[in-house]
Design a protein around this ligand. Structure first.
Ligand code: AMP
Length: 509
């Protein structure tokens, strides 16, 4: 293992109170994505995702991966670590090859979906196909997707192993392996599965491991499966626990629901996650708030995967203000502009505290976190304060008059529809239209038939055609560069492979 490493020194921890934070502070001054000599299709996508300049972790990791060196990265959540591996991988992938070239392993399904979206968005104009494979979701559909040309696969350990065992994931051409949130995979008991997967991969490959901590098992994994890795540790100048305004209330267990209602009225947040330690508590809190007509939804591990995804998506879009959650929503999940985190139950340790409060003050500028502590939980509070090296301010419970004073503003906000947030890929999506054609493999449709037809349309070239996905009885094709509407209209009267087809507009994802 190499001793080489990069460190960015942390400023002596300052007790910062509610000071606005900008992701920019975490950016490399004067560095530019074009310095990495990236393909123009990637630079275009990066620009449209509004990544102005590389973050610290990106500035360090991108050149190392582009030089095909193994790398171990320790960095904070919200540091731009996904793009740090997604950009070089998208750059190095050979579009022509049909078998998957990159495999990203993540501990949770939510993270797999999010990483898939990030890789897909960055590789959008290079027309990269990215599949997400995870449990409690149709194996059959995943199998079908993997049978087609696939450049990158993002998945959770159990489902990746299922595909390996059934021969539906071909790893012979994997050149890039990413182990994302490796310490969490260890915590969740996936480490043996990860080793089984690694054993099925070619030895000639570039491996990147991301982990917030380096327990002995992860260190061993690195020694056994990585080749002279470079260690990169990026400590933010202003780590999560220092930049978020944190307060606590002492409260009896039986008083928590009343305190929660008062805090929600007084704080009146635009968006808020209320964290509980158990599924039962989530059900109870969300049941009570719903009865009081708060626009809230819940998420926990006992729920169906489909429902979990729907709730997360709706929360990201801002359809409702309050999400009541267990820790399933605390890790890695990237939602912009959450104004307030409430720890209805104090988290079990410092690490999970930091993950929870790290959901606020991400790309947005400020963050606030409030923690309820019962009189018998002082030991946990001490442990958290030691972990973050910061005292959490004790606040007095809001007085009745204060709650009443704020009630009108609260009612006004809750009776106005929340502002719907733009997705990260809105700019990208504007340029791209996905069309559905009602013909597929069963009618012997091939990519060349689609390309041939589209290139015969005036003003269209091969560069305007994105990903083509041919299924049994349907075909999806992306039309780039704002030409979707025009192509859609022309195809209403133009035969494809000798026959008129029904062509309609499809959802972007
Ligand atoms: P991550 O640490 O990968 O969860 O990323 C945190 C957030 O930062 C995500 O919303 C990214 O889309 C965003 N992001 C990543 N890189 C940049 C960048 N260079 N500039 C601005 N935002 C970025």
């Amino acid at each position: 293992m190499s001793n080489e490493s990069y460190h960015f020194r942390r400023k002596p921890s300052e007790l910062m109170q509610c000071v606005p934070y900008k992701l920019k502070e975490n950016k490399m001054k004067n560095a530019n994505f074009s310095d990495f000599k990236l393909n123009k299709d990637l630079l275009k996508a990066i620009g449209m995702l509004n990544y102005e300049s590389p973050t610290q972790v990106q500035a360090q990791v991108i050149p190392v991966l582009l030089a095909k060196r193994d790398v171990i990265v320790k960095s904070q959540t919200g540091s731009g670590k996904t793009a740090a591996f997604a950009i070089p991988i998208c750059q190095m992938i050979d579009w022509e090859a049909n078998k998957p070239q990159a495999l990203v392993i993540t501990p949770t399904r939510e993270l797999a979906i999010q990483v898939k979206e990030d890789v897909f968005n960055i590789g959008r104009f290079k027309r990269l196909k990215v599949a997400a494979i995870f449990g409690k979701s149709s194996f059959y559909h995943q199998e079908k997707e993997l049978k087609q040309k696939t450049h990158a696969v993002v998945g959770t350990p159990g489902r990746i192993i299922d595909h390996l065992e059934r021969g539906t994931l071909d790893t012979a051409n994997i050149k890039y392996l990413v182990l994302d949130e490796a310490d969490e995979m260890l915590n969740m008991g996936f480490i043996d599965d990860v080793e089984t997967i690694i054993a099925a991969l070619p030895k000639e490959r570039v491996t990147m491991l991301l982990s917030a901590t380096m327990p002995a098992d992860i260190d061993r994994l690195c020694k056994e499966h990585m080749n002279n890795p470079l260690r990169i540790e990026v400590e933010e100048k202003n780590p999560v626990a220092q930049r978020i305004c944190q307060e606590r209330y002492t409260v009896d267990r039986t008083e928590k629901l009343d305190l929660l209602k008062d805090i929600l009225i007084v704080e009146n947040p635009d968006s808020c996650i209320v964290f509980c330690n158990t599924q039962v508590a989530v059900d109870e809190v969300s049941g009570t708030l719903s009865k009081l007509k708060f626009t809230c939804m819940k998420i926990h591990g006992g729920m169906d995967q489909r429902d979990r995804m729907m709730v997360m998506n709706d929360f990201k879009k801002g359809y409702f203000r309050y999400l009541i959650a267990t820790d399933v929503a605390a890790r890695g999940i990237d939602i912009e502009d959450i104004s307030l985190i409430i720890n209805y139950d104090i988290p079990k340790d410092g690490e999970s505290y930091v993950h929870r409060i790290g959901r606020t003050g991400r790309v947005s500028n400020t963050g606030r976190a409030v923690t309820f502590v019962t009189p018998d939980e002082n030991a946990q509070l001490d442990a958290i304060e030691n972990y973050t090296d910061k005292k959490i301010d004790l606040k007095g419970r809001p007085k009745k008059e204060q709650v009443n004073e704020q009630r009108a503003a609260f009612i006004e906000k809750t009776s106005t529809a929340p502002e719907i947030k733009k997705g990260k890929s809105t700019e990208l999506d504007k340029e791209i239209m996905k069309l559905h054609i009602n013909a597929g493999k069963k009618t012997k449709m091939r990519p060349v038939d689609i390309v041939g037809t589209l290139c015969n349309i005036d003003g269209m070239t091969a560069d305007d055609i994105g990903i083509i996905n041919i299924l049994d009885v349907s075909t999806f094709v992306e039309i780039l560069n704002n030409k979707g509407e025009m192509v859609f209209n022309v195809l209403q009267d133009m035969p494809i492979k000798g026959r008129m087809r029904t062509v309609s507009k499809a959802d972007a994802n």
